[in-house]
Design a binder for this molecule. Structure first.
Ligand SMILES: Cc1cc2nc3c(=O)[nH]c(=O)nc-3n(C[C@H](O)[C@H](O)[C@H](O)COP(=O)(O)O)c2cc1C
Length: 199
């Protein structure tokens, strides 16, 4: 028996993988070793434009998405290809060692590629951490959280012309210019601090 559902129990995070000229959302990130020279791996689909860029540039960055990350970042970098859209026109980035990193993230790791393993569909890039910073010491979004709440998270981006407030704990969306001070999420009870504004 091969019940691959068990692989969904592997805990992963949500990141934007970037290199000079592009980037995409990834969850297949793993820390191989820590210490003086931490090694980090990322698996990238061969069909992705970002795969080409990593082969060419040999340097990549991983920006860590927080629980309050703007869903627009996931939509832009996870559902579009740089072949058709300039993602950097939609999402603000900072330049670190010539690599764009997501400004609205918890922080970033810049890695130099030291090893590349190819299989049929994916390339596993192994990078050595050469630069990093923490922008915001908040809880990171897990891939499991994204999977559970993706419909609510992504729906917000289709509500054009309205200001939306998204509950970052459960994905509930409140529409209105301002969020009442004493507002509580009707689904999970979270207070206003857990809501993120989306215009
Ligand atoms: C939640 C989520 C997780 C993803 N994880 C990965 C991943 O680990 N590796 C990967 O290659 N693509 C992953 N993708 C898909 C890419 O982000 C997507 O194919 C993107 O459009 C590729 O853009 P590009 O052609 O500009 O590189 C993920 C997408 C989403 C929404």
């Amino acid at each position: 028996m091969k019940n691959s559902n068990i692989t969904k129990k592997i805990t992963q995070g949500m990141y934007v993988l970037t290199s000079q000229g592009g980037g995409c959302v990834v969850d297949a990130v793993s820390q191989i070793s820590s210490g003086d020279k931490p090694l980090i791996s990322v698996a990238v689909m061969k069909k992705n434009y970002t795969n080409e860029l990593l082969h060419k540039n040999r340097t990549f960055a991983l920006s860590v998405l927080g629980m309050k990350a703007n869903p627009e970042i996931i939509k832009t970098f996870g559902f579009n290809s740089m072949r058709e859209m300039n993602k950097f026109e939609k999402v603000k980035t900072n330049q670190v060692m010539g690599v764009p990193v997501i400004a609205d993230s918890l922080g970033y790791m810049v890695c130099e590629i030291i090893d590349v393993i190819e299989n049929d569909t994916h390339t596993l890039f192994i990078g050595e951490l050469v630069e990093g910073d923490v922008y915001d010491d908040q809880e990171a979004m897990s891939y499991g959280y994204y999977q559970e709440h993706k419909e609510e998270l992504m729906k917000v981006t289709t509500a054009k012309g309205k200001t939306a407030w998204i509950c970052t704990l459960c994905g509930y969306v409140y529409y209105g210019e301002t969020l009442p001070e004493d507002f509580k999420c009707p689904i999970c009870g979270a207070g206003v601090d857990f809501f993120q504004k989306k215009d």
